[in-house]
Design a protein around this ligand. Structure first.
Ligand code: FES
Length: 139
C-alpha cells in the first residue's frame, strides 16, 4: 500500500487520539431530526484551549494610542457636522465628508482649492483643521 504524506499524517493522528478526534459521539449515531451533531474537532485535546484567552495578570485594559484620546475638533462642512481631529489635513476631511474639491497643483500655488474656513480664505490642499470650532464653506 502506498500512502501519501497527508494520509500518513491523518493515520498518525487517528492512532494518537483514537477516542475523541475522529469518532462520532454515540448521540450522533442515533441521528434524528431533533438531535444536534457536535461540530467540535478535538485534535489536540485541551492543549490550545487557553492559548488565546485574556491574561488576568495584565490588569484593566487601557485605550491604545493617545493618553487623553484624540483632540477632536467641532467641524461643520457646508452646515453638516463632520468628524475631524485638530491638525488633520483639510483635504482629508473633505474627502471623508464626500465634499468634492477641485485640485490642481496641490502645493498651495494655484488657488484652485480655495474655500472659506472660519471666515478666511484657505487652500484645502495645504491647510489643516484648527483646534476648537471650525466652519468650512466651499464655493
Ligand atoms: S490645488 Fe493649487 S492651491 Fe490647492
Amino acid at each position: 500500500m502506498v500512502a501519501t504524506p497527508k494520509l500518513a499524517v491523518i493515520l498518525v493522528m487517528m492512532m494518537a487520539y483514537p477516542s475523541s478526534a475522529f469518532q462520532a459521539s454515540s448521540s450522533s449515531t442515533k441521528n434524528t431530526m431533533n438531535t444536534r451533531i457536535p461540530t467540535q474537532i478535538d485534535l489536540f485535546g485541551n492543549a490550545m484551549k487557553n492559548a488565546f484567552s485574556n491574561d488576568d495578570s495584565l490588569g484593566k485594559r487601557e485605550d491604545a494610542g493617545l493618553k487623553k484620546g484624540p483632540n477632536v475638533s467641532d467641524v461643520t462642512v457646508n452646515g453638516t457636522p463632520v468628524k475631524a481631529v485638530a491638525g488633520q489635513k483639510v483635504s482629508q476631511v473633505m474627502a471623508a465628508a464626500r465634499v468634492k474639491i477641485n485640485y490642481s497643483c496641490k502645493k498651495g500655488d494655484c488657488g484652485t482649492c480655495e474655500l472659506l474656513m472660519n471666515g478666511r480664505n484657505e487652500k484645502a490642499c495645504t491647510s489643516v483643521i484648527p483646534r476648537g470650532k471650525c466652519t468650512i464653506q466651499t464655493y
